[in-house]
Design a protein around this ligand. Structure first.
Ligand code: DGL
Length: 273
Protein backbone atom coordinates (compact mmCIF):
# COMPACT_ATOMS: atom_id res chain seq x y z
CA UNK A 1 0.00 0.00 0.00
CA UNK A 2 1.60 3.28 -1.11
CA UNK A 3 -0.17 6.33 0.33
CA UNK A 4 -1.07 9.06 -2.13
CA UNK A 5 -1.95 12.69 -1.38
CA UNK A 6 -5.49 12.53 -2.79
CA UNK A 7 -6.56 9.69 -0.53
CA UNK A 8 -8.67 10.56 2.55
CA UNK A 9 -7.66 10.86 6.19
CA UNK A 10 -9.16 8.24 8.50
CA UNK A 11 -10.27 9.54 11.90
CA UNK A 12 -11.81 7.33 14.56
CA UNK A 13 -13.15 7.46 18.08
CA UNK A 14 -15.25 5.36 20.43
CA UNK A 15 -18.21 7.45 19.32
CA UNK A 16 -18.82 10.99 18.31
CA UNK A 17 -16.51 12.87 20.72
CA UNK A 18 -13.69 12.55 18.19
CA UNK A 19 -15.68 14.81 15.87
CA UNK A 20 -14.13 17.69 17.87
CA UNK A 21 -10.76 16.58 16.44
CA UNK A 22 -12.17 15.88 12.95
CA UNK A 23 -13.73 19.34 12.96
CA UNK A 24 -10.41 21.00 13.83
CA UNK A 25 -8.76 18.96 11.03
CA UNK A 26 -11.39 20.03 8.53
CA UNK A 27 -10.95 23.71 9.49
CA UNK A 28 -7.15 23.65 9.36
CA UNK A 29 -6.93 21.39 6.29
CA UNK A 30 -9.96 22.21 4.11
CA UNK A 31 -8.48 20.37 1.12
CA UNK A 32 -8.48 17.04 2.92
CA UNK A 33 -11.32 14.54 2.70
CA UNK A 34 -12.13 12.94 6.08
CA UNK A 35 -13.52 9.45 6.58
CA UNK A 36 -14.73 9.33 10.17
CA UNK A 37 -15.57 6.15 12.07
CA UNK A 38 -17.40 6.39 15.40
CA UNK A 39 -17.58 3.05 17.17
CA UNK A 40 -20.94 3.76 18.75
CA UNK A 41 -21.72 0.02 19.02
CA UNK A 42 -18.92 -0.32 21.60
CA UNK A 43 -19.21 3.06 23.33
CA UNK A 44 -17.91 3.95 25.91
CA UNK A 45 -14.28 2.84 25.68
CA UNK A 46 -13.51 4.68 28.91
CA UNK A 47 -14.28 1.75 31.19
CA UNK A 48 -13.20 -1.16 28.94
CA UNK A 49 -10.00 -3.22 29.10
CA UNK A 50 -6.95 -2.29 27.04
CA UNK A 51 -7.11 -5.63 25.21
CA UNK A 52 -10.67 -5.11 24.05
CA UNK A 53 -10.03 -1.51 22.95
CA UNK A 54 -6.95 -2.69 21.04
CA UNK A 55 -8.99 -5.24 19.12
CA UNK A 56 -11.67 -2.64 18.24
CA UNK A 57 -9.02 -0.12 17.16
CA UNK A 58 -7.26 -2.69 14.96
CA UNK A 59 -10.48 -3.67 13.14
CA UNK A 60 -11.41 -0.02 12.55
CA UNK A 61 -7.92 0.85 11.27
CA UNK A 62 -7.96 -2.13 8.88
CA UNK A 63 -11.32 -0.91 7.53
CA UNK A 64 -10.08 2.68 7.08
CA UNK A 65 -6.89 1.59 5.34
CA UNK A 66 -8.02 -1.35 3.23
CA UNK A 67 -11.61 -0.45 2.36
CA UNK A 68 -11.49 3.33 2.48
CA UNK A 69 -7.86 3.64 1.28
CA UNK A 70 -6.90 6.26 3.85
CA UNK A 71 -3.42 7.80 3.66
CA UNK A 72 -3.15 8.56 7.40
CA UNK A 73 -4.94 7.52 10.58
CA UNK A 74 -5.86 9.83 13.45
CA UNK A 75 -6.85 8.08 16.68
CA UNK A 76 -9.22 10.82 17.87
CA UNK A 77 -9.72 9.28 21.29
CA UNK A 78 -7.44 9.43 24.33
CA UNK A 79 -8.62 6.07 25.61
CA UNK A 80 -7.88 4.32 22.29
CA UNK A 81 -4.59 6.24 21.96
CA UNK A 82 -3.57 5.02 25.42
CA UNK A 83 -4.55 1.41 24.70
CA UNK A 84 -3.73 0.90 21.02
CA UNK A 85 -1.36 3.53 19.59
CA UNK A 86 1.88 1.51 19.83
CA UNK A 87 0.29 -1.57 18.26
CA UNK A 88 -1.14 0.41 15.33
CA UNK A 89 2.03 2.45 14.80
CA UNK A 90 4.19 -0.67 14.70
CA UNK A 91 1.77 -2.59 12.46
CA UNK A 92 1.62 0.15 9.82
CA UNK A 93 5.16 1.50 10.12
CA UNK A 94 6.45 2.62 6.74
CA UNK A 95 2.96 2.37 5.19
CA UNK A 96 0.86 5.19 6.65
CA UNK A 97 1.36 7.67 9.49
CA UNK A 98 -0.68 6.93 12.63
CA UNK A 99 -1.28 9.93 14.87
CA UNK A 100 -2.52 9.76 18.45
CA UNK A 101 -4.03 12.55 20.53
CA UNK A 102 -1.60 12.22 23.45
CA UNK A 103 1.86 13.03 22.05
CA UNK A 104 0.90 16.38 20.43
CA UNK A 105 -0.62 17.41 23.78
CA UNK A 106 2.51 16.42 25.72
CA UNK A 107 4.63 18.44 23.27
CA UNK A 108 2.40 21.52 23.62
CA UNK A 109 2.55 21.44 27.43
CA UNK A 110 6.27 20.80 27.81
CA UNK A 111 7.07 23.58 25.33
CA UNK A 112 5.46 26.12 27.68
CA UNK A 113 8.18 27.12 30.13
CA UNK A 114 5.70 28.92 32.42
CA UNK A 115 4.00 25.65 33.42
CA UNK A 116 5.37 24.16 36.64
CA UNK A 117 2.49 21.91 37.65
CA UNK A 118 0.11 20.25 35.19
CA UNK A 119 -3.11 18.39 35.90
CA UNK A 120 -4.80 15.86 33.60
CA UNK A 121 -8.48 14.90 33.58
CA UNK A 122 -9.62 11.89 31.54
CA UNK A 123 -11.64 8.67 31.47
CA UNK A 124 -10.89 5.88 33.95
CA UNK A 125 -9.08 3.74 31.35
CA UNK A 126 -6.85 6.61 30.21
CA UNK A 127 -5.90 7.41 33.82
CA UNK A 128 -5.38 3.71 34.67
CA UNK A 129 -3.07 3.30 31.66
CA UNK A 130 -0.51 5.64 33.28
CA UNK A 131 0.40 6.97 29.85
CA UNK A 132 0.37 10.68 30.73
CA UNK A 133 2.61 10.52 33.85
CA UNK A 134 4.96 8.15 31.99
CA UNK A 135 5.33 10.45 28.98
CA UNK A 136 5.55 13.67 31.01
CA UNK A 137 8.18 12.27 33.38
CA UNK A 138 10.24 10.93 30.46
CA UNK A 139 10.09 14.18 28.48
CA UNK A 140 10.22 16.70 31.36
CA UNK A 141 11.05 15.11 34.73
CA UNK A 142 11.05 18.44 36.60
CA UNK A 143 7.36 19.07 35.76
CA UNK A 144 4.97 18.47 38.68
CA UNK A 145 2.16 16.18 37.63
CA UNK A 146 -1.27 15.32 38.99
CA UNK A 147 -4.35 13.63 37.51
CA UNK A 148 -7.98 12.77 38.16
CA UNK A 149 -10.41 10.37 36.47
CA UNK A 150 -13.60 12.27 35.64
CA UNK A 151 -15.92 9.52 34.37
CA UNK A 152 -19.15 11.54 34.53
CA UNK A 153 -18.02 14.19 32.06
CA UNK A 154 -18.19 12.30 28.74
CA UNK A 155 -21.75 11.04 29.27
CA UNK A 156 -22.82 14.39 30.72
CA UNK A 157 -21.67 16.15 27.54
CA UNK A 158 -23.21 13.52 25.26
CA UNK A 159 -26.55 14.10 26.93
CA UNK A 160 -26.23 17.79 26.10
CA UNK A 161 -25.41 18.91 29.64
CA UNK A 162 -22.83 21.62 29.22
CA UNK A 163 -22.91 25.36 29.86
CA UNK A 164 -25.70 24.87 32.37
CA UNK A 165 -26.19 24.60 36.14
CA UNK A 166 -25.77 20.83 36.16
CA UNK A 167 -22.48 20.85 34.27
CA UNK A 168 -21.23 23.73 36.48
CA UNK A 169 -21.99 21.67 39.60
CA UNK A 170 -20.38 18.46 38.27
CA UNK A 171 -17.31 20.33 37.04
CA UNK A 172 -16.94 22.26 40.26
CA UNK A 173 -16.97 19.10 42.32
CA UNK A 174 -14.21 17.56 40.13
CA UNK A 175 -12.08 20.69 39.83
CA UNK A 176 -12.20 21.32 43.59
CA UNK A 177 -10.82 17.82 44.19
CA UNK A 178 -7.65 17.91 46.22
CA UNK A 179 -5.73 16.19 43.42
CA UNK A 180 -6.11 19.20 41.13
CA UNK A 181 -5.03 21.97 43.49
CA UNK A 182 -2.07 24.25 42.72
CA UNK A 183 -1.95 23.51 39.00
CA UNK A 184 -1.10 26.16 36.43
CA UNK A 185 -2.26 24.09 33.43
CA UNK A 186 -5.03 21.54 32.93
CA UNK A 187 -5.02 19.00 30.09
CA UNK A 188 -8.47 17.94 28.83
CA UNK A 189 -7.42 14.39 27.97
CA UNK A 190 -10.69 13.25 26.42
CA UNK A 191 -11.95 14.32 23.03
CA UNK A 192 -15.39 15.11 24.48
CA UNK A 193 -14.04 17.84 26.72
CA UNK A 194 -13.42 20.72 24.25
CA UNK A 195 -17.15 21.39 24.66
CA UNK A 196 -16.63 22.33 28.30
CA UNK A 197 -13.35 24.16 27.82
CA UNK A 198 -14.89 27.61 28.29
CA UNK A 199 -16.66 26.56 31.46
CA UNK A 200 -13.40 25.20 32.86
CA UNK A 201 -11.49 28.37 31.93
CA UNK A 202 -14.19 30.47 33.62
CA UNK A 203 -14.00 28.30 36.74
CA UNK A 204 -10.30 29.14 36.93
CA UNK A 205 -10.98 32.80 35.99
CA UNK A 206 -8.50 32.26 33.15
CA UNK A 207 -5.64 31.80 35.67
CA UNK A 208 -5.00 28.19 34.61
CA UNK A 209 -4.05 27.34 31.02
CA UNK A 210 -6.52 24.82 29.61
CA UNK A 211 -5.33 22.54 26.79
CA UNK A 212 -7.58 20.49 24.53
CA UNK A 213 -6.39 18.06 21.89
CA UNK A 214 -8.42 19.17 18.87
CA UNK A 215 -6.20 21.93 17.50
CA UNK A 216 -2.82 20.55 18.57
CA UNK A 217 -3.65 17.26 16.84
CA UNK A 218 -4.80 19.03 13.66
CA UNK A 219 -1.55 20.99 13.60
CA UNK A 220 0.52 17.85 14.13
CA UNK A 221 -1.35 16.12 11.27
CA UNK A 222 -0.69 19.09 8.96
CA UNK A 223 3.01 18.96 9.82
CA UNK A 224 3.21 15.21 9.14
CA UNK A 225 1.31 15.40 5.85
CA UNK A 226 3.59 18.17 4.59
CA UNK A 227 6.72 16.34 5.74
CA UNK A 228 5.60 13.10 4.04
CA UNK A 229 4.47 14.94 0.89
CA UNK A 230 0.92 13.70 1.50
CA UNK A 231 -0.94 17.06 1.76
CA UNK A 232 -3.83 17.37 -0.69
CA UNK A 233 -4.11 20.51 -2.84
CA UNK A 234 -7.84 20.08 -3.57
CA UNK A 235 -10.67 18.24 -1.82
CA UNK A 236 -11.32 15.09 -3.85
CA UNK A 237 -14.69 14.08 -2.31
CA UNK A 238 -17.10 14.95 0.51
CA UNK A 239 -16.39 13.84 4.08
CA UNK A 240 -18.04 10.58 5.19
CA UNK A 241 -19.17 9.84 8.74
CA UNK A 242 -19.71 6.19 9.68
CA UNK A 243 -21.05 4.83 12.95
CA UNK A 244 -21.15 1.18 13.98
CA UNK A 245 -24.59 1.61 15.59
CA UNK A 246 -27.20 4.24 14.85
CA UNK A 247 -29.82 5.85 17.06
CA UNK A 248 -31.59 9.22 16.83
CA UNK A 249 -29.75 10.20 19.99
CA UNK A 250 -26.38 9.77 18.21
CA UNK A 251 -27.68 11.87 15.33
CA UNK A 252 -28.68 14.57 17.79
CA UNK A 253 -25.38 14.43 19.66
CA UNK A 254 -23.47 14.72 16.40
CA UNK A 255 -24.75 18.26 16.03
CA UNK A 256 -23.22 19.10 19.41
CA UNK A 257 -19.79 17.86 18.41
CA UNK A 258 -19.62 18.98 14.78
CA UNK A 259 -21.53 22.24 15.25
CA UNK A 260 -24.07 21.54 12.52
CA UNK A 261 -26.06 18.73 10.92
CA UNK A 262 -24.06 15.96 9.25
CA UNK A 263 -25.31 12.66 7.86
CA UNK A 264 -24.26 9.56 9.79
CA UNK A 265 -24.05 6.31 7.85
CA UNK A 266 -24.53 3.03 9.65
CA UNK A 267 -21.66 0.63 8.98
CA UNK A 268 -21.16 -2.18 11.45
CA UNK A 269 -17.84 -3.54 10.24
CA UNK A 270 -17.98 -6.39 12.78
CA UNK A 271 -21.11 -7.86 11.23
CA UNK A 272 -19.35 -8.44 7.91
CA UNK A 273 -17.04 -11.11 9.33
N1 DGL B 1 -13.66 10.30 23.53
C1 DGL B 1 -13.08 9.31 24.41
C2 DGL B 1 -11.67 9.74 24.85
O1 DGL B 1 -11.09 10.63 24.32
C3 DGL B 1 -13.89 9.08 25.66
C4 DGL B 1 -15.26 8.49 25.49
C5 DGL B 1 -15.37 7.04 25.87
O2 DGL B 1 -15.27 6.69 27.05
O3 DGL B 1 -15.54 6.25 24.96
O4 DGL B 1 -11.12 9.16 25.74
Amino acid sequence: MIAHKHQPIGVFDSGIGGLTVANAVSKLLPNEQIVYFGDTAHLPYGDKSKELIRSYATTITDFLLHEKKCKAIVIACNTASAAAYEVLRDTYKGLVPVINVIDPMIEAVIADETIKKVGVIATKTTIASGVYPEKFSRRKPELNYTELATPLLASMIEEGYYNNNISHAVLESYLLNEALQGIDALVLACTHYPLIKNEISSFYKNNVKVFDSAEVVARKLKWILEKENLASDAKSAEDIFYVSDFTESFAHTTRIFWGKEIRLELNNIWKKD
